[in-house]
Write a protein that binds this ligand. Structure first.
Ligand code: TPP
Length: 556
């Protein structure tokens, strides 16, 4: 039976298991929206296309399934760009569908025409401009396959309006054939043996776990390896949640705002086992001084990552879970060696700490959120100090619980991503830990959260500053706070109420825990405006391009 391009598209999405699309309509996607009108796919109308892209990304990070967003041509498509780039930098599987002007109008500066496949080449894993209605089933299948396999990432499908209305007899494919795209899942046997031998020989090993551990669902294997060989674990920002925070072997975050003990353990180790991590400058500090005494094993599904930033001694190309499954039986059991005592000593001597002077401290707010939720909530963050305090003070008991823009550092990411996570995980408690600056970048999505009854709890650490930038100005620019004091901060309580959410203002430390508990009990979107100490800094801090062992502050 013949069907229109738009019908074929929606049918193909359903076949890929899509149940939710985050989107925003416009002229060039009208035929698709017409089909959506009576389709079984849930469409969540955001208030900005950037919100739709971040929501699809948050949905993907929380559920492990690909997230889907949709926008019209031209400005709708370009509004997705920041969200697509955010997903690309953090290897998140997102499929973005954009409308395009009719094929006869392409290349003529037509109304609302933007060359979105051209624009997104460097920020997508792959993209398509569909010119023939017959290609729709194949392209949709390929797009999901590419987005979710190998190193995951965003794929864009651009669809001209006339292709949506053309009729065709659809032929949905059961399998796909993509010569030239064959991700390597299984590591090379010889390298796996070498890696296991290196682990058995090491006397001061450390595991450095990144987002690839979560991407490959390898948390259990990570834990098995760490426990079997008694190896301390540090994580990147993207790797938080991959290993339980309360585990005795856990050393927390590494790098610029990592714990002192994680940074010192990596500096002193003789073997660094990097798992699905990409050695970003925020984690390594000055690259020449990174893990200077260590042999490095690097396991990554993307061969382009290996040797990109650091010299690797034992490269293993493959999926972290597959590779760990092979390595674990070859590793000798070990119990508390001298190294474990040294690391435990560091942990005891220099814990994360902040001055308790009676004022309302942002770290305290984050600690209380973590305690009140027992480490079970999904925590999304914005970008800045709020993000780093969340990374330092939130404890995670299970994977896919920390949702944050690591690679691109996108302000305005957290709230829409939290909406996506809540849509994908209706039974979980979802918080967005926010700054007063970043929350204002996508605060219009309060309408989306309220309309679709996605009861995200927003905790604004309101310091009146673009805090992280102010901190850099304090440290590196002699306290010249150029344009980082943000005036015109709205009354967040009234704003919440204006959108139909619940607003609370908290100024006294004694009110923090009761407010959080009340928010958790409230079956609605809640905005908590915590008026925190304005010039609190995130510590420890490694100055950019300094060795990670040279930290400012943070030691007890
Ligand atoms: C879209 C975007 N613009 C600018 C920046 C640069 N930037 C990084 S952190 C930050 C300050 C964030 O301020 P706020 O949201 O109030 O959070 P705080 O640091 O105070 O917790 C800025 C401006 C960014 N990361 N993203």
């Amino acid at each position: 039976m013949k069907a229109s391009g738009a019908e074929i598209l929606i049918q193909a999405l359903i076949q890929e298991g899509v149940d939710t699309i985050f989107g925003y309509p416009g002229g060039a996607v009208l035929p698709i929206y017409d089909v959506l009108y009576d389709s079984k796919i849930r469409h969540i109308l955001t208030r900005h296309e950037q919100g739709a892209a971040h929501a699809a990304d948050g949905y993907a990070r929380a559920t492990g399934k690909p997230g889907v967003c949709m926008a019209t041509s031209g400005p709708g498509a370009t509004n997705l760009v920041t969200g697509i780039a955010t997903a690309y930098m953090d290897s998140v599987p997102v499929v973005a569908v954009t409308g395009q002007v009719a094929t006869s109008l392409l290349g003529r500066d037509s109304f609302q025409e933007a060359d979105i496949t051209g624009v997104t080449i460097p920020i997508t894993k792959h993209n398509y401009l569909i010119k023939d209605v017959k290609d729709i089933p194949r392209i949709v299948k390929e797009a999901f396959y590419i987005a979710t396999t190998g190193r995951p990432g965003p794929v864009l499908i651009d669809m001209p309006k006339d292709v949506m209305t053309m009729q065709s007899e659809p032929r949905y494919l059961a399998s796909i054939d993509l010569p030239g795209y064959k991700p390597t899942y299984k590591g090379h046997v010889k390298q796996i043996r070498e890696a296991a031998a290196a682990i058995n020989e090491a006397s001061r090993p450390v595991i450095y776990a990144g987002g690839g551990v979560l991407g490959s669902c390898a948390s259990d294997e990570l834990r098995t390896l760490a426990e079997k060989a008694s190896i301390p674990v540090v994580t990147t920002l993207m790797g938080l949640g991959a290993f339980p925070s309360n585990h005795p072997l856990f050393l927390g975050l590494l790098g610029m705002h990592g714990t002192a003990y994680a940074n010192l353990a990596v500096t002193e180790c003789d073997l660094l086992i990097a798992l699905g991590a990409r050695f970003s400058d925020r984690t390594t500090g000055r690259i020449e001084d990174f893990a200077p005494k260590a042999k490095i094993i690097h396991v990554d599904i993307d061969p382009a990552e290996i040797g990109k930033n650091v010299k690797v001694d034992i490269p293993v190309v493959g999926d972290v879970r597959h590779v760990l499954t092979e390595i674990i039986p070859l590793v000798n059991p070990a119990t508390g060696r001298e190294w474990n005592d040294i690391v435990d000593g560091l942990k005891r001597r220099m814990p994360l700490s902040y001055e308790k002077d009676g004022s309302l401290k942002p770290q305290y707010v984050v600690e209380q959120i973590s305690e009140a939720t027992g480490g079970e909530a999904i925590i999304a963050t914005e970008v800045g100090q709020n993000q780093m305090w969340a990374a330092q003070y939130c404890k995670f008991t299970r994977p896919r619980s920390f949702i944050s823009s690591g690679g691109l550092g996108t302000m305005g990411y957290g709230f829409p991503a939290a909406i996506g996570a809540q849509a994908g995980c209706p039974d979980r408690l979802v918080f967005d830990i926010a700054g007063d600056g970043s929350i204002q970048m996508n605060i219009q999505e309060l309408a989306t959260a309220v309309t679709y009854n996605l009861p995200v709890k927003i905790a604004i650490l309101n310091n009146g500053y673009l805090g992280m930038v102010r901190q850099w100005q304090e440290v590196f620019y002699d306290r010249r706070y150029s344009h980082t004091s943000i005036g015109g901060i709205p009354d967040f309580v009234k704003l919440a109420e204006a959108y139909g959410a619940v607003g609370m203002r908290i100024t006294d430390p004694a009110d923090v825990r009761p407010a959080i508990e009340e928010a958790i009990r409230t079956p609605n979107v809640v905005v908590m405006d915590f008026r925190v100490a304005p010039e609190e800094n995130v510590l420890p801090m490694v100055p950019p391009n300094a060795p990670i062992s040279k930290m400012i502050g943070g030691e007890a």
